[in-house]
Design a protein around this ligand. Structure first.
Ligand code: AMP
Ligand code: FE
Ligand code: FE
Ligand code: ZN
Length: 293
């Protein structure tokens, strides 16, 4: 049986690995299907597709969008996205501008707290279009203001801490619509981290496709709970490690091995909704070259 990890981050957002490094780790764990779900970007997907192809791994282009329902934040994963979709790219550019402005605001807060950090230092560390709080945290560690990333979050960056700045988020209904118009499936990420069961019922009405029942931070009981809700609402089941590389100690890749049958169900749902063309953006691994006999 083949196994998938459908929730991964690279340095194109707040992960530390390159797409190639991530694929190397995936090979080590014997994974045969991967999706890249960097925050508010699809930029790493092209390189990831090439690296997967060379490693005989199937690749599904994806992204993780921050959204909200009446002030409550949730993350929506888009899968099988057309990464050249113009509306998708235009919206992504807006989210990235919001992220960059927010970094400047967080740095200004830190300056007011007497910490002489410059936004350009954070941008240099981030070196990507989707910078986030972890990059501010890394800057605080590298400049010696905090000993660890955890300390940076605890003291400054967590919600309601002194350097935290709320982020503009699109509505979850709009995010689902954005993913759908780019040919994708919309999946609620890590429901167990959100206290969001009521939102699952609401968003199912708004054509949410799936639920990330398997996640590295879900206990077995949590996964079971969401499997029941997915069955009840006829949502597809997905799973992924949410690996951010070396950000938080041990890399999480390998902690979730989603059986391929779940990916087949995702594909079936996509075909039901938009026809065979929906599968154009899942790249099959390049067949191994064999010498002519
Ligand atoms: P942002 O999108 O800028 O609000 O940052 C959110 C990201 O910060 C999440 O995707 C996680 O990768 C990371 N994060 C959240 N809490 C922590 C924490 N306590 N320590 C390290 N990273 C965290
Ligand atoms: Fe993240
Ligand atoms: Fe998330
Ligand atoms: Zn994630």
């Amino acid at each position: 049986m083949h196994f998938a990890d459908l929730h991964l981050h690279t340095h194109f957002s707040d992960g530390t690995y390159s797409p190639e490094e991530l694929v190397g780790h995936a090979q080590h764990y014997g994974l045969k299907l991967l999706s890249l779900t960097d925050h508010d970007t699809v930029e790493g997907c092209a390189r990831m597709a090439i690296a997967c192809g060379a490693a005989a791994i199937e690749f599904i282009p994806g992204s993780e969008f921050t959204a909200e329902v009446r002030g409550r934040e949730l993350h929506l994963l888009g899968y099988f996205l057309d990464t050249a979709n113009e509306k998708l790219l235009a919206e992504i550019a807006k989210f990235q501008a919001v992220r960059q402005n927010r970094i400047r605001e967080m740095v200004a807060r830190l300056n007011e707290l007497g910490i002489p950090l410059e936004a350009d230092v954070v941008f240099a560390i981030a070196n990507c279009r989707s910078p986030g709080r972890p990059h501010v945290g890394r800057a605080l560690v590298q400049t010696g203001h905090c000993a660890t990333l955890d300390e940076a979050f605890e003291r400054f960056l967590k919600k309601n801490r002194p350097a935290w700045v709320p982020k503009f988020k699109m509505s979850a209904v709009d995010a689902i619509e954005l993913i759908h118009q780019a040919g994708g499936l919309a999946v609620m990420a890590h429901p167990g981290l959100n206290n969001s069961d009521d939102l699952i019922y609401q968003l199912a009405e708004a054509k949410l496709d799936g639920l990330e029942c398997f996640h590295s931070k879900h206990s077995n009981a949590t996964s079971e709970h969401y499997l029941k809700i997915a069955a009840e609402l006829k949502l597809v089941v997905t799973g992924g490690s949410d690996c951010h590389g070396m950000n938080k100690g041990k890399p999480l890749i390998g902690s979730i091995k989603l059986p391929e049958i779940f990916v087949e169900r995702m594909k079936r749902r996509l075909v039901e909704r938009i026809g065979q063309s929906g599968l154009l953006f899942a790249s099959k691994p390049t067949p191994p070259a064999h010498s002519p006999s």
